[in-house]
Design a protein around this ligand. Sequence first.
Ligand SMILES: CC(C)(COP(=O)(O)OP(=O)(O)OC[C@H]1O[C@@H](n2cnc3c(N)ncnc32)[C@H](O)[C@@H]1OP(=O)(O)O)[C@@H](O)C(=O)NCCC(=O)NCCS
Length: 363
Amino acid sequence: MEGPRSPAESEFPQVINFLNSSLREGAEWSISNEYPTALTSNNIHNIRIITDEERIVSHAVLKPLIVKSPHVIFKVGAIGSVVTDPSHRNQGLSTTILNSCLKEAAQQQCDVAVLWTNLYDFYRRLGFELAGTEMSFTFEAPLNVPAGDLRFSDENRVSPEAIHRLYSTHTVGSVRGAEDIRKFMGIPKTLVYTAWEKDGSLAAYAIEGKGADLGGYIHEWAGGTSKVLALLSWIQSRRQGPLTLISPRHCRNMVTQLTGKGAMVNEGFLGMIKILNFDQLTAKLKRAFRAEGVADIVFERTAGGVLFGVGSELFTLQEEGDVCRLIFGPLDIQELDMFSEAARARLAKVLPLPLWLWGWDSV
Ligand SMILES: CC(C)(COP(=O)(O)OP(=O)(O)OC[C@H]1O[C@@H](n2cnc3c(N)ncnc32)[C@H](O)[C@@H]1OP(=O)(O)O)[C@@H](O)C(=O)NCCC(=O)NCCS
């Protein structure tokens, strides 16, 4: 057995073959088209494999992302395509490979690692916890939002620059170039819906589907809320079956409007998160608090856990997962009744930090 290590350039096709046969059997496309910025030879130094007699038997990929938010610029290590050949399972290979990815992410100054899975217990053993927030809205009854002057299209050949311009108006999201958007638009089973103003400018877009995942889900969207709603209404009028929109909780206007329209609301987690560079992350947090006029925030590792609080109101968090859920949600500061009302108000100025990744960034 050899590894974990990065594949050589010449092994890249073999890596993709291994992933296609183990994760995408029967698909009409290659998994590398689904994750064009992660499963690419440009990211080969962040791919990890284990081989047995020159055959790949285990794999995971790390995709570091810069995520901007109003208070903090994060570096996030997204991890995906975690798989071990059935003949080599339960020997610790994925655990070893994931630890190698986490080490690499920490060395590249990632504040946290994020992954999307339903194997909660497997990842909890590696220190991940369900954290952050995500809201999804399913509407079955017609939205009936008037189109006004907007013209709608489901034509995929939209300028990536126009999408990028609207994407960049989001307050929270990964830093992307128009070239990244162009690659994402080519993902199999990705539908690009757009709303256009009379003058030909892009008013809103909504993206549904992503390879084997997210069919029936609008996982990316941007534009003024009323324009996105008009676009959703148009998409809904042309299809059968329910449509679901995924939204970060901090998009208050969208959340309020959709709730008001009787959508079925589901509150979930952003994903499973693990803090990688505690000191770096808490230094960013403290800076964010200082910018809000709160200079006496405490976030320190101690023998018993993490000492957290403001001024003289301090409390120890024992579980690593609780620290994550406090920083990124869903833990509600207002429910922390060990703090005075005044302390809670000060903590809530920054916490929870609105960490968010739009659908195309998931790996
Ligand atoms: C999930 C998956 C990646 C795990 O791969 P793996 O190489 O078997 O993982 P590990 O051996 O590190 O850990 C698996 C189990 O073996 C146990 N284990 C770990 N090291 C071990 C060792 N040295 N000896 C025996 N067992 C061990 C772990 O405790 C774990 O137990 P669990 O089944 O209760 O969770 C693999 O089953 C797989 O490829 N599944 C299909 C694809 C998939 O679902 N991927 C996850 C996407 S997020």
